[in-house]
Design a protein around this ligand. Structure first.
Ligand SMILES: Cc1ncc(COP(=O)(O)O)c(C=O)c1O
Length: 447
């Protein structure tokens, strides 16, 4: 991409449109993952279907090339078609995928995880993030003999979590009385909600906002004093912030920790880790089994991905490349006196936000996305970094921001952001992560 001059033209998206029409009425909401769905991209401007990828670049169904800063919404940590991982998958494919007995890779990968993740005294696999967060909740309830869950962040589609969001049709009301949320960096909101029936606190150890005033350590202490388990949901921090995840980075021990996304460079595998006195309940009392749990292609990919990460300091690369983009973005904003946008987060995953005081943030985000799409960048507000993001990829997006940010500033000043949009405004991401269902309701169970 670097040798190419930055072009600015709308991609032809004929094939994407045709596929979308065929899916209409056949696939509800069109997508299997909201963050990949049509609502997250400016309709009529952005492509909707991606056909292939190589490294950090992808090609859509019409053959348009983009530098991808979404990376499959997290799983592609090394890059698309990454040779070492693909070779491991092919080698395993030649031997078989799913077997009638346990596979040696289940042991090998567990040993590897045990050697790098703090407190991973025991390891179990599944397929999705929601599988392992839900297993962790069940384990915590079994271990403590309590029912209530406190959470902070998004944790998947299962009843225990979705029950307290505004998309909870189909979930029995009784489930809603067992899950409550607290706010990040707000210890008081935790203290107000935690009680003798709180089985666990589950949280993303960090999303974009850094922990302040020893938030994570204090939270750990409160959990310990209350006999409540601390579960880290490391879908994003795992294998990105450091090989040992947030427990290693922040020096905080979780009782259980859940991983997926980055661990196998795109293959579907999730991992539940934790202290053996808790995890041992999975021997018999707590049921957590699934047909594809030990599927060998994904475990082969996980082994290759983890080894590649360790041997090449991949996490360091993700954090450095991401920081370059974040710092450059904020510098462009500063030097152009643009006060309504900023880039925040840890290097491995940063986010661009817009201030609601100057206009509708979703319209501003849409305009930015539209202009980035025209300049060969697939973007939906984040920089999800992978090992294949090269210096030239980073330079490209920085030049694009240099070009586009002043244009957006002008649109804000002229009050014509909406008019500049050539398609529909993007929808909010389904990420209710704060200020909802925070106050425990009084139930017969909770005194
Ligand atoms: C922090 C976090 N936890 C859990 C999940 C659920 O994972 P999955 O979609 O694989 O079930 C996600 C998904 O994006 C996530 O971001």
């Amino acid at each position: 991409m670097s040798e190419k001059k930055i072009e600015s033209k709308f991609p032809a998206i004929y094939n994407s449109e045709m596929l979308y029409q065929r899916a209409s009425g056949l696939i509800p909401s069109h997508t299997q993952t909201l963050a990949k769905g049509p609502g997250q991209y400016v309709r009529g401007v952005a492509p909707m279907y991606i056909e292939r990828g190589k490294g950090s670049h992808v090609w859509d169904a019409d053959g348009n090339e983009f530098i991808d800063f979404n990376m499959g919404i997290g799983p592609v940590s090394l890059g698309y078609c990454y040779e070492r991982v693909d070779e491991a998958i092919k080698e395993q494919l030649s031997k078989g995928i799913t077997f009638s007995m346990m596979h040696p890779l289940e042991v090998e990968v567990a040993e590897l995880i045990n050697s790098i993740i703090p407190n991973a005294e025991s390891v179990r696999y599944s397929k999705t993030g929601a599988d392992v967060t839900s297993a962790a909740i069940r384990l915590a309830r079994a271990y403590t003999g309590r029912e209530k869950v406190l959470c902070c962040g998004y944790h998947g589609w299962h009843d225990w979590y979705i029950s307290v969001t505004d998309r909870n049709r189909g979930i029995p009301n009784v489930i809603q009385d067992m899950t409550f949320t607290f706010n990040y960096n707000d210890l008081d909101s935790l203290i107000e909600s935690i009680d003798p029936d709180t089985a666990c606190v589950i949280m993303e150890p960090v999303v974009f906002e850094e922990p302040v005033e020893n938030f994570l350590h204090n939270l750990r202490d409160i959990c310990t004093k209350n006999g409540t388990l601390l579960i880290f949901d490391e879908m994003w921090t795992g294998f990105r912030i450091l090989p040992g995840g947030a427990q290693e980075y922040f020096g905080v021990d979780a009782d259980l920790a859940c991983f997926s996304k980055a661990i196998a460079n795109g293959m579907p595998v999730s991992v539940l880790t934790g202290k053996s006195n808790i995890m041992s309940l999975l021997e018999r009392e707590v049921f957590f089994y699934t047909t594809f749990g030990g599927e060998a292609l994904s475990l082969a990919a996980a082994k290759a991905t983890i080894n590649e990460m360790i041997e090449n300091n991949v996490c360091e690369h993700l954090n450095e490349q991401g920081k370059k983009i974040k710092n450059a973005y904020n510098e462009i904003v500063r030097s152009n006196d643009i006060e309504f946008t900023k880039c925040t987060g840890y290097g491995f995953r940063t986010m661009v936000t817009f201030d609601a005081n100057v206009g509708n943030p979703l319209e501003l985000k849409s305009l930015m996305q539209q202009e980035l799409i025209k300049r060969g960048v697939l973007w939906s507000g984040f920089h999800n970094m992978c090992y294949s993001h090269s210096d030239s990829d980073v330079e490209h997006i920085i030049s694009v921001y240099e070009d586009v940010l002043p244009k957006i500033k002008l649109a804000v000043e002229n009050n014509n952001v909406r008019e500049m949009l050539k398609g529909d405004v993007v929808e909010p991401v389904f990420r209710k992560t704060s200020n909802f269902n925070t106050k425990p309701k009084i139930s017969s169970k909770v005194g």
